[in-house]
Design a protein around this ligand. Structure first.
Ligand code: GDP
Ligand code: GDP
Length: 442
């Protein structure tokens, strides 16, 4: 199972990074979660270019506190891209000409060893093409002139870039021997205890490799067994790696999560018991939800909390309240340090995975849907017994159900909510996300 290729846009403020980001991500529809903070300031998106998938990141959205000079910000951004991305688009501004900051960043990019595509933006038409020659002083062999705003030159840039993207992934059945292992990712902000939990689970000594800039290559996954079941911990190298940047800026942990979520079945979302749930946790949770992953919420550092009878209840309420969109996710309280309840995580993983991979027969499904609908028919269908001609499960991970209807657009969001909640209950999907798709009947 491959993760998406990460493409990062780097460049000075105002060169047009977010304009380019919007243009490239426009057509890719995202699942929108109705949680304040979860989708605000979106600066990453799953995109496709002629069938090839990639994840686009606007590094401008990760700017550090702006008391720092532009050059320092730029260096951080560039280091982030070099550490975390597979491909970098370095964007410059044709109207400004080549600036000293551009020259310095290009130097950093060269040392970084990642594939870089250079583009000069705001070349809005032939009369601006004279802006280009000075950029060749950089000694770069190919510089694309584009207008992010007017959509010029984008095809040529992406044509070049997409040659570095993998072909459409092979179908699921071809993934080979690792398929019988449950793939687990540990996600959460810096210092929440991911590598401590990893070490506890694997029973290793705590060892942290020194991060070496530019040596981030393919993720290393670690297979292990517990209680006779086979698991794979995704990107153990990434968890151990203590990047200077990800430690100083917790927003960057979103990128780490983004990369592992493509490749796991179940995400263990770690929350710091001492801090309680934060905006950053909500963001990472939102990402896991968008990606359709099953999530187990692991409240770590439980040893540090002074507890009374109402403590657990209070934590549960608070978490469910902040993570309404995944209030079905199980919550467990652990200490990675002492090992308290760590092994119990696996009983949860087993149950969640069972649900995540459950297939419901079409007969049973249609009977259940019939009951659910007759109890509470959609308003515009009051006269009709059953608005859905036919329902069938089209996939697992997450369980996804196709409803064949007369007019898909007429299923109201709130009715979809009702269907999801009722189906979850009726079919026993109590701990995992499920999805509905509405299709026009043929
Ligand atoms: P960022 O700070 O790098 O993300 O830059 P923005 O995308 O916010 O763009 C900065 C300004 O440049 C905005 O006013 C944009 O409308 C403008 N801009 C972006 N792309 C183009 C372009 O292709 N041509 C022109 N003329 N202006 C552009
Ligand atoms: P990561 O950045 O998410 O990988 O976090 P680490 O595993 O490096 O942990 C950050 C700090 O929290 C370290 O000092 C750990 O010793 C500490 N820590 C991790 N888990 C626990 C825990 O369950 N209880 C306590 N008291 N400290 C913990």
């Amino acid at each position: 199972m491959e993760r998406n290729t990460i493409v990062a846009i780097v460049g000075r403020p105002n060169v047009g990074k977010s304009t380019l980001f919007n243009r490239l991500s426009q057509k890719s529809k995202a699942i929108v979660i109705d949680v304040p903070g979860a989708t605000r300031d979106r600066n990453y998106a799953d995109c496709t270019w002629h069938g090839r998938r990639y994840t686009l990141i606007d590094t401008g959205g990760f700017e550090p506190a702006s008391t720092e000079t532009i050059l320092i910000q730029m260096r951080e951004q560039t280091h982030l891209a070099i550490e975390e991305a597979d491909i970098i688009i370095f964007l410059m501004d044709g109207r400004d000409g080549l600036t000293p900051a551009d020259i310095e960043i290009v130097q950093l990019l060269r040392e970084g060893g990642k594939k870089v595509f250079y583009a000069v933006n705001k070349v809005d038409g032939p009369r601006h093409e004279g802006l280009l020659p000075e950029f060749y002083r950089l000694g770069v062999s190919r510089i694309h002139d584009i207008s992010a705003q007017h959509g010029l030159g984008i095809d040529e840039l992406m044509e070049d870039l997409s040659a570095c993207l993998p072909e459409e992934a092979a179908s699921a059945g071809e993934e080979g021997e690792e398929e019988d292992r449950i793939r687990i990712a540990l996600i959460g902000k810096p210092n929440v205890g991911k590598s401590s939990l990893l070490n506890k689970i694997l029973g290793y000594e705590r060892t942290i490799a020194n991060p070496t800039p530019g040596t981030t290559r393919d993720a290393i996954d670690t297979p292990f067994e517990f209680d006779g079941h086979r698991y794979l911990l995704i990107d153990t190298a990434g968890i151990r790696k203590k990047s200077r940047i990800s430690l100083s800026l917790e927003k960057y942990s979103v990128i780490q999560a983004l990369k592992t979520l493509d490749r796991c079945d179940i995400a263990l979302l770690l929350i710091d018991a001492e801090e309680g749930i934060t905006d950053q946790d909500t963001k990472i949770a939102g990402l896991a939800f968008e990606k359709g992953r099953a999530v187990i919420i692991v409240v770590n550092k439980w040893d540090l909390v002074a507890k009374d009878n109402s403590t657990v209840g209070r934590y549960v309420r608070d978490i469910k309240d902040r993570l309404k969109f995944m209030d079905f996710s199980p919550i467990i309280f652990v200490s990675a340090l002492s090992g308290q309840r760590v092994t119990r995580i696996f009983a949860l993983v087993q149950e969640v995975y069972r649900q995540y991979t459950t297939r419901i027969s079409t007969g049973e499904l249609n009977r259940k849907v019939m009951e659910i609908v007759s109890k509470n028919p959609p308003p515009q269908y009051q006269q009709k017994a059953h608005p859905f001609n036919y329902v069938t499960q089209v996939s697992i991970k997450p369980p996804t159900f196709a409803f064949f209807v007369g007019k898909p657009a007429e299923i109201h969001f709130s009715y979809e909510r009702y269907l999801i909640n009722s189906l979850r209950e009726a079919l026993g999907f109590t701990t995992v996300p499920i999805r509905l798709v509405f299709r026009r009947k043929h």
